[in-house]
Design a binder for this molecule. Sequence first.
Ligand code: AVJ
Length: 320
Amino acid sequence: MTWLQKHLDERDLARSLRADVREGLTATPKRLPPKWFYDARGSRLFEDITRLPEYYPTRTERSILAGNAQAIARITEAKTLVELGSGSSEKTRLLLDAMLRRGTLGSFVPLDVSESALVEAVESLGVAYPGLSITGVVGDMTRHLRQLPDGDSRVVAFLGGTIGNLVPSERAAFLGDLRAALHPGEWLLLGADLVKDPAVLVPAYDDAAGVTAEFNRNVLRVINRELRADFDPLAFEHVAVWDAEHEWIEMRLRSARQQGVRLTDLDLEVSFAAGEEIRTEISAKFRRDGLDAELSAAGFALRHWWSDPRGWFGVALAQA
Ligand code: AVJ
Protein backbone atom coordinates (compact mmCIF):
# COMPACT_ATOMS: atom_id res chain seq x y z
CA MET A 1 0.00 0.00 0.00
CA THR A 2 1.35 3.46 -0.85
CA TRP A 3 0.39 6.92 0.42
CA LEU A 4 1.48 10.50 -0.11
CA GLN A 5 1.60 13.23 2.55
CA LYS A 6 2.17 16.78 1.38
CA HIS A 7 3.62 19.48 3.60
CA LEU A 8 4.84 21.56 0.66
CA ASP A 9 3.10 22.59 -2.51
CA GLU A 10 4.18 24.48 -5.62
CA ARG A 11 3.34 27.80 -4.01
CA ASP A 12 5.48 27.17 -0.90
CA LEU A 13 8.36 26.14 -3.13
CA ALA A 14 7.97 29.15 -5.40
CA ARG A 15 7.90 31.43 -2.36
CA SER A 16 11.04 29.98 -0.83
CA LEU A 17 12.87 30.02 -4.17
CA ARG A 18 12.08 33.72 -4.55
CA ALA A 19 13.24 34.49 -1.00
CA ASP A 20 16.44 32.45 -1.36
CA VAL A 21 17.37 34.00 -4.69
CA ARG A 22 16.67 37.57 -3.62
CA GLU A 23 18.61 37.09 -0.38
CA GLY A 24 21.50 35.25 -1.99
CA LEU A 25 22.04 37.43 -5.03
CA THR A 26 21.84 40.70 -3.10
CA ALA A 27 24.33 39.46 -0.47
CA THR A 28 28.09 39.98 -0.58
CA PRO A 29 29.58 37.58 -1.54
CA LYS A 30 26.71 36.21 -3.63
CA ARG A 31 25.34 32.76 -2.82
CA LEU A 32 22.56 30.35 -3.80
CA PRO A 33 21.43 27.32 -1.77
CA PRO A 34 22.13 23.89 -3.32
CA LYS A 35 18.58 22.63 -2.95
CA TRP A 36 17.59 24.46 -6.14
CA PHE A 37 19.88 22.30 -8.32
CA TYR A 38 17.34 19.50 -8.32
CA ASP A 39 14.65 20.03 -10.92
CA ALA A 40 14.10 17.07 -13.27
CA ARG A 41 17.21 17.91 -15.31
CA GLY A 42 19.32 18.59 -12.20
CA SER A 43 18.24 15.31 -10.60
CA ARG A 44 19.20 13.50 -13.80
CA LEU A 45 22.57 15.27 -13.87
CA PHE A 46 23.15 14.28 -10.26
CA GLU A 47 22.38 10.64 -11.15
CA ASP A 48 24.98 10.98 -13.93
CA ILE A 49 27.48 12.40 -11.41
CA THR A 50 27.04 9.35 -9.19
CA ARG A 51 28.30 7.18 -12.05
CA LEU A 52 31.38 9.28 -12.89
CA PRO A 53 34.77 7.64 -12.30
CA GLU A 54 35.88 10.64 -10.20
CA TYR A 55 32.77 10.71 -7.98
CA TYR A 56 33.53 8.05 -5.39
CA PRO A 57 30.95 8.83 -2.60
CA THR A 58 27.91 7.03 -4.00
CA ARG A 59 29.61 3.76 -4.89
CA THR A 60 31.70 3.82 -1.71
CA GLU A 61 28.66 4.33 0.50
CA ARG A 62 26.79 1.64 -1.42
CA SER A 63 29.61 -0.86 -0.76
CA ILE A 64 29.56 -0.01 2.96
CA LEU A 65 25.80 -0.48 3.12
CA ALA A 66 25.96 -3.70 1.12
CA GLY A 67 28.46 -5.11 3.59
CA ASN A 68 26.62 -3.99 6.71
CA ALA A 69 22.90 -3.85 5.94
CA GLN A 70 22.34 -7.13 7.75
CA ALA A 71 24.09 -5.84 10.87
CA ILE A 72 22.08 -2.62 10.70
CA ALA A 73 18.84 -4.63 10.50
CA ARG A 74 19.87 -6.86 13.40
CA ILE A 75 21.01 -4.01 15.67
CA THR A 76 18.07 -1.70 15.05
CA GLU A 77 15.21 -4.20 14.72
CA ALA A 78 13.59 -1.45 12.64
CA LYS A 79 9.84 -1.46 12.16
CA THR A 80 9.89 1.77 10.15
CA LEU A 81 12.62 3.05 7.87
CA VAL A 82 12.48 6.81 7.24
CA GLU A 83 14.72 8.21 4.53
CA LEU A 84 15.49 11.93 4.35
CA GLY A 85 16.21 13.44 0.94
CA SER A 86 15.50 10.08 -0.55
CA GLY A 87 15.72 11.04 -4.23
CA SER A 88 15.53 7.80 -6.17
CA SER A 89 15.83 5.65 -3.00
CA GLU A 90 18.20 3.32 -4.84
CA LYS A 91 20.60 2.54 -1.99
CA THR A 92 17.62 2.17 0.29
CA ARG A 93 16.76 -1.14 -1.33
CA LEU A 94 19.80 -2.66 0.37
CA LEU A 95 18.39 -1.61 3.74
CA LEU A 96 14.80 -2.57 2.93
CA ASP A 97 15.90 -6.03 1.76
CA ALA A 98 17.90 -6.65 4.94
CA MET A 99 15.17 -5.32 7.25
CA LEU A 100 12.48 -7.33 5.51
CA ARG A 101 14.59 -10.47 5.69
CA ARG A 102 14.99 -9.82 9.39
CA GLY A 103 11.17 -9.74 9.60
CA THR A 104 10.81 -6.55 11.64
CA LEU A 105 10.02 -3.97 8.95
CA GLY A 106 6.44 -2.88 8.24
CA SER A 107 6.76 0.56 6.68
CA PHE A 108 8.99 2.83 4.68
CA VAL A 109 8.72 6.63 4.80
CA PRO A 110 10.77 8.49 2.17
CA LEU A 111 10.83 12.30 2.51
CA ASP A 112 11.87 14.61 -0.30
CA VAL A 113 11.18 18.16 -1.50
CA SER A 114 10.66 16.94 -5.03
CA GLU A 115 7.17 15.54 -5.41
CA SER A 116 7.93 14.10 -8.84
CA ALA A 117 11.05 12.22 -7.66
CA LEU A 118 9.14 11.02 -4.61
CA VAL A 119 6.12 9.76 -6.53
CA GLU A 120 8.38 7.91 -8.92
CA ALA A 121 10.30 6.28 -6.06
CA VAL A 122 7.14 5.40 -4.12
CA GLU A 123 5.54 3.82 -7.18
CA SER A 124 8.51 1.68 -8.14
CA LEU A 125 9.12 0.62 -4.53
CA GLY A 126 5.42 -0.16 -4.15
CA VAL A 127 5.73 -2.63 -7.00
CA ALA A 128 8.99 -4.13 -5.73
CA TYR A 129 7.77 -4.41 -2.10
CA PRO A 130 4.03 -5.14 -2.26
CA GLY A 131 3.81 -6.10 1.43
CA LEU A 132 5.35 -2.89 2.70
CA SER A 133 3.35 0.18 3.72
CA ILE A 134 5.02 3.12 1.95
CA THR A 135 4.22 6.74 2.86
CA GLY A 136 5.97 9.36 0.74
CA VAL A 137 6.29 12.69 2.54
CA VAL A 138 6.72 15.80 0.40
CA GLY A 139 8.61 18.08 2.70
CA ASP A 140 11.76 19.95 3.58
CA MET A 141 13.97 17.95 5.92
CA THR A 142 15.06 21.08 7.75
CA ARG A 143 11.43 22.14 8.38
CA HIS A 144 9.16 19.11 8.51
CA LEU A 145 10.88 16.62 10.81
CA ARG A 146 8.15 17.06 13.42
CA GLN A 147 5.53 15.98 10.89
CA LEU A 148 7.14 12.61 10.23
CA PRO A 149 4.62 9.85 10.86
CA ASP A 150 5.03 8.63 14.40
CA GLY A 151 5.96 5.03 14.81
CA ASP A 152 8.02 2.84 16.97
CA SER A 153 11.48 1.48 16.34
CA ARG A 154 12.14 3.99 13.61
CA VAL A 155 15.45 4.26 11.78
CA VAL A 156 16.04 7.58 10.03
CA ALA A 157 18.49 7.21 7.16
CA PHE A 158 20.24 10.34 5.93
CA LEU A 159 22.61 9.07 3.30
CA GLY A 160 24.85 10.21 0.51
CA GLY A 161 26.79 12.78 2.51
CA THR A 162 24.03 15.37 2.10
CA ILE A 163 24.61 16.45 5.71
CA GLY A 164 27.72 18.09 4.22
CA ASN A 165 25.53 20.70 2.52
CA LEU A 166 24.95 22.23 5.96
CA VAL A 167 27.41 24.50 7.76
CA PRO A 168 28.21 23.52 11.38
CA SER A 169 25.55 25.76 12.97
CA GLU A 170 22.91 24.40 10.57
CA ARG A 171 24.03 20.84 11.32
CA ALA A 172 23.66 21.44 15.05
CA ALA A 173 20.13 22.78 14.55
CA PHE A 174 19.19 19.97 12.18
CA LEU A 175 20.56 17.17 14.38
CA GLY A 176 18.92 18.72 17.44
CA ASP A 177 15.54 18.92 15.69
CA LEU A 178 15.90 15.35 14.47
CA ARG A 179 16.76 14.13 17.95
CA ALA A 180 13.69 15.95 19.31
CA ALA A 181 11.48 14.28 16.69
CA LEU A 182 12.64 10.80 17.76
CA HIS A 183 11.83 8.69 20.79
CA PRO A 184 14.72 7.54 22.97
CA GLY A 185 16.15 4.35 21.51
CA GLU A 186 15.31 5.17 17.90
CA TRP A 187 18.10 5.42 15.34
CA LEU A 188 19.89 7.70 12.91
CA LEU A 189 21.85 6.11 10.07
CA LEU A 190 24.08 8.84 8.72
CA GLY A 191 26.33 8.74 5.64
CA ALA A 192 29.21 11.21 5.69
CA ASP A 193 31.99 11.85 3.23
CA LEU A 194 35.38 11.93 4.95
CA VAL A 195 38.37 14.28 4.77
CA LYS A 196 40.95 12.98 2.32
CA ASP A 197 43.63 14.08 -0.15
CA PRO A 198 42.39 17.12 -2.13
CA ALA A 199 43.79 15.38 -5.21
CA VAL A 200 40.91 12.93 -4.79
CA LEU A 201 38.33 15.42 -3.50
CA VAL A 202 38.61 18.17 -6.07
CA PRO A 203 38.21 16.03 -9.22
CA ALA A 204 35.09 14.47 -7.64
CA TYR A 205 33.57 17.96 -7.88
CA ASP A 206 35.27 18.97 -11.14
CA ASP A 207 35.07 15.95 -13.42
CA ALA A 208 36.76 15.69 -16.77
CA ALA A 209 33.50 15.18 -18.66
CA GLY A 210 32.04 18.42 -17.29
CA VAL A 211 28.90 16.85 -15.82
CA THR A 212 29.34 18.59 -12.46
CA ALA A 213 29.84 21.90 -14.29
CA GLU A 214 26.48 21.42 -16.03
CA PHE A 215 24.88 20.40 -12.72
CA ASN A 216 26.25 23.56 -11.11
CA ARG A 217 25.03 25.81 -13.94
CA ASN A 218 21.63 24.12 -13.78
CA VAL A 219 20.66 26.34 -10.86
CA LEU A 220 20.82 29.31 -13.26
CA ARG A 221 18.51 27.51 -15.71
CA VAL A 222 16.07 26.81 -12.86
CA ILE A 223 16.09 30.51 -11.90
CA ASN A 224 15.64 31.55 -15.55
CA ARG A 225 12.58 29.36 -15.89
CA GLU A 226 10.97 29.87 -12.49
CA LEU A 227 11.68 33.58 -12.01
CA ARG A 228 11.80 34.71 -15.64
CA ALA A 229 15.48 35.65 -15.41
CA ASP A 230 17.99 35.98 -18.22
CA PHE A 231 21.16 34.34 -16.92
CA ASP A 232 23.46 33.16 -19.70
CA PRO A 233 24.60 29.92 -18.04
CA LEU A 234 27.57 29.56 -20.34
CA ALA A 235 28.86 32.95 -19.22
CA PHE A 236 29.55 31.35 -15.80
CA GLU A 237 32.47 29.01 -15.20
CA HIS A 238 32.29 26.08 -12.85
CA VAL A 239 34.71 26.32 -9.91
CA ALA A 240 35.39 23.68 -7.24
CA VAL A 241 37.84 24.49 -4.44
CA TRP A 242 38.93 22.68 -1.30
CA ASP A 243 38.68 24.95 1.74
CA ALA A 244 41.27 23.37 4.04
CA GLU A 245 40.34 25.54 7.02
CA HIS A 246 36.65 24.56 7.05
CA GLU A 247 37.31 21.15 5.51
CA TRP A 248 34.68 21.57 2.85
CA ILE A 249 34.48 21.64 -0.92
CA GLU A 250 33.01 24.83 -2.23
CA MET A 251 31.31 24.99 -5.61
CA ARG A 252 31.01 28.35 -7.23
CA LEU A 253 29.92 29.91 -10.51
CA ARG A 254 32.37 32.54 -11.75
CA SER A 255 31.18 35.27 -14.06
CA ALA A 256 33.36 35.15 -17.17
CA ARG A 257 32.82 38.86 -17.80
CA GLN A 258 31.15 41.94 -16.42
CA GLN A 259 27.44 41.39 -16.98
CA GLY A 260 23.97 42.31 -15.78
CA VAL A 261 21.14 39.86 -15.14
CA ARG A 262 17.46 40.73 -14.96
CA LEU A 263 15.14 38.69 -12.71
CA THR A 264 11.70 39.75 -13.88
CA ASP A 265 9.59 38.09 -11.18
CA LEU A 266 11.75 39.62 -8.45
CA ASP A 267 11.85 42.99 -10.18
CA LEU A 268 15.59 42.81 -9.59
CA GLU A 269 18.71 43.60 -11.62
CA VAL A 270 21.94 41.99 -10.48
CA SER A 271 25.34 42.98 -11.80
CA PHE A 272 28.43 40.81 -11.84
CA ALA A 273 32.00 42.02 -12.08
CA ALA A 274 34.31 40.00 -14.31
CA GLY A 275 35.52 37.08 -12.16
CA GLU A 276 32.87 37.61 -9.47
CA GLU A 277 31.64 34.35 -7.95
CA ILE A 278 28.36 32.96 -6.62
CA ARG A 279 28.79 30.25 -3.98
CA THR A 280 26.36 27.48 -4.94
CA GLU A 281 27.22 24.64 -2.59
CA ILE A 282 29.38 23.59 0.28
CA SER A 283 30.05 19.90 0.68
CA ALA A 284 31.64 19.44 4.08
CA LYS A 285 33.93 16.47 4.71
CA PHE A 286 34.06 14.84 8.13
CA ARG A 287 36.30 13.01 10.58
CA ARG A 288 34.91 10.32 12.81
CA ASP A 289 35.77 12.19 16.01
CA GLY A 290 34.21 15.42 14.82
CA LEU A 291 31.02 13.69 13.77
CA ASP A 292 30.88 11.80 17.06
CA ALA A 293 31.11 15.13 18.90
CA GLU A 294 28.39 16.72 16.76
CA LEU A 295 26.09 13.73 17.32
CA SER A 296 26.69 13.77 21.08
CA ALA A 297 26.04 17.50 21.27
CA ALA A 298 22.65 16.86 19.65
CA GLY A 299 21.79 14.06 22.08
CA PHE A 300 22.67 11.07 19.93
CA ALA A 301 25.06 8.31 20.99
CA LEU A 302 27.29 6.90 18.25
CA ARG A 303 26.91 3.12 18.51
CA HIS A 304 28.53 1.86 15.32
CA TRP A 305 30.81 3.23 12.65
CA TRP A 306 31.58 1.62 9.32
CA SER A 307 33.98 2.74 6.63
CA ASP A 308 35.56 1.41 3.45
CA PRO A 309 39.13 0.05 3.29
CA ARG A 310 40.48 3.41 2.05
CA GLY A 311 38.61 5.34 4.75
CA TRP A 312 36.95 7.58 2.20
CA PHE A 313 33.35 7.47 3.42
CA GLY A 314 31.77 6.79 6.80
CA VAL A 315 28.40 5.42 7.85
CA ALA A 316 27.41 6.14 11.45
CA LEU A 317 24.66 4.41 13.36
CA ALA A 318 23.63 6.61 16.28
CA GLN A 319 20.90 6.16 18.86
CA ALA A 320 18.55 8.78 20.25
C1 AVJ B 1 24.07 15.17 -2.91
C2 AVJ B 1 24.99 16.85 -1.49
C3 AVJ B 1 25.80 14.61 -1.36
O1 AVJ B 1 27.86 17.09 -1.97
O2 AVJ B 1 28.64 15.38 -3.03
C4 AVJ B 1 27.69 16.27 -6.17
C5 AVJ B 1 25.99 16.95 -4.33
N1 AVJ B 1 27.48 18.37 -5.75
N2 AVJ B 1 28.52 16.94 -6.96
C6 AVJ B 1 27.73 16.15 -2.75
C7 AVJ B 1 27.03 17.17 -5.39
C8 AVJ B 1 28.39 18.20 -6.72
C9 AVJ B 1 26.35 15.88 -3.35
N3 AVJ B 1 25.31 15.65 -2.29
